[in-house]
Design a protein around this ligand. Structure first.
Ligand code: UT7
Length: 371
């Protein structure tokens, strides 16, 4: 059975920064201090006028392909986890597929709100493990700012927009060790945008009542998220055959710093094994986990052989967790570089330094794969 390995990663956030102070200056009845101490968020990135979810998804996807040195034409499948597609129809994944030039790839969206990325990762890994496909681009991209009521201080302070992508490849080495998914639709109304679908199409009444906005029972969601993110992670860790002592890094959904602390506590993980970047981006829904993973990689918090646990909770209600063994993937390009290395024998070092002189991209590719 082939395994699914992470071979590339990329993220994108809008350039527009909105700080806590900006929200106060907009007239919201809150304070910088309240937002930071109760949530851990200092600022968020919001779409600029004219920007859409797929714009962020495309950039994140292109970065992931570049890291893996994979041509878009070699992709088999693209899954975009989003609850804020560009349009109700067609799928945002199809727009991404066209714009990155992935001519051979199937493309579909998946909506599990904040848990969407873990769901997409789980389904993508299953496709690779069943040998139906070899390369899948998994993207989490959301712009929940489109649903926010900027007078509702319980919701509008929390969210930001962004996208993150992982390229999964078929490999002989284990990568995605396990996943665990769950849902409880009886809690649907706790976090909901009620209009805009078949039950309540967006019409004049819906707009007048504000039914196009996100509403949330913050306290209940807080309580359940703190509980379920830890529980989901425990299940995935057990399914992977590991114990919490084997975990090198926890990448939780970035909803609230206090929820992250509670989840880490439930798992018995010290703060240095937990990654958080919500201070900069807020809760970016399906993008929060891949964005956090990208930043953890860039900060050198991830090494080959590490066991990384992703865990999430969100609307649905839905939750999910995944355990990843970080390893060196063996993409086609790497095998061809290896052939070169064999052919060049003793002249390999001279060849490598001549390439190094040619530019940073080649250098970083070579360093990543061979040092
Ligand atoms: O991805 C999943 C999506 N969402 C979440 O995970 C969010 C989960 N929930 C939360 O993060 C928190 O419940 C909130 C940040 C939304 C609220 O924080 P809290 O510490 O649970 O506050 P609270 O709801 O217990 O409210 C305490 C007080 C209330 O005032 P009173 O009734 O005690 O007078 C609120 O009205 O804080 C008030 N409050 C605020 N005050 C200043 C609520 N929001 C704000 C605000 N600024 N932005």
């Amino acid at each position: 059975m082939p395994y699914a390995q992470v071979a590339g990663w990329g993220m994108a956030v809008p350039s527009r920064v909105v700080t806590n102070n900006d929200l106060v200056e907009m007239g919201l009845e809150t304070s910088e201090e309240w937002i930071e101490t109760r949530t851990g968020i200092r600022q968020r990135r919001l779409l600029a006028p004219g920007e859409a979810t797929s714009d962020l998804a495309v950039t994140a996807a292109q970065r992931a392909l570049e890291v893996a040195n994979v041509h878009p034409a070699d992709l088999d499948l693209i899954i975009v986890a989003t609850c804020t597609p560009d349009h109700p129809v067609p799928a945002t994944a199809s727009l991404v597929q066209d714009r990155i030039g992935a001519g051979r790839a199937g493309a579909t969206d998946l909506n599990a709100a904040c848990s969407g990325f873990v769901y997409a990762l789980s389904l993508a890994a299953g496709q690779i493990e069943s040998a139906r496909v070899r390369q899948v681009l998994v993207i989490g991209a959301d712009a929940v700012s489109i649903y926010l009521d900027w007078q509702d201080r319980e919701t509008c302070i929390l969210f930001g927009d962004g996208a993150g992508a992982l390229l999964l490849q078929s490999s002989e080495e284990p990568g995605i060790l396990s996943t665990s998914l769950g849902s409880d639709g009886s809690g649907a109304s706790l976090l909901m945008v009620s209009a805009g679908g078949s039950r309540f199409p967006t019409n004049g009444d819906a707009l007048r009542n504000g039914d196009n906005h996100l509403v949330m029972d913050g306290r209940q969601i807080f309580r359940l998220a703190a509980q379920m993110m830890g529980k989901a992670a425990e299940k995935a860790i057990e399914a992977s055959g590991l114990t919490t002592e084997d975990v090198n890094l926890l990448i939780p959904h970035q909803a609230n710093g206090r929820i992250i602390e509670a989840a880490a506590k439930k798992l018995g993980l010290p703060p240095e094994k937990v990654f958080a970047n919500l201070a900069e981006y807020g809760n970016t829904t399906a993008a929060s986990i891949p964005i956090a993973l990208c930043e953890a990689i860039e900060e050198g918090r991830v090494k080959p052989g590490d066991n990384i646990v992703l865990t999430s909770f969100g609307a649905g209600l839905s939750w999910g967790s995944a355990v990843i063994r970080w390893g060196l993937p063996l993409p086609v390009e790497v095998s061809s570089w290896r052939r070169w290395r064999r052919r060049l024998g003793g002249r390999w070092s001279a060849f490598r330094s001549s390439l190094r002189k040619r530019g940073r991209r080649v250098r970083s590719f070579m360093d990543r794969k061979y040092n």
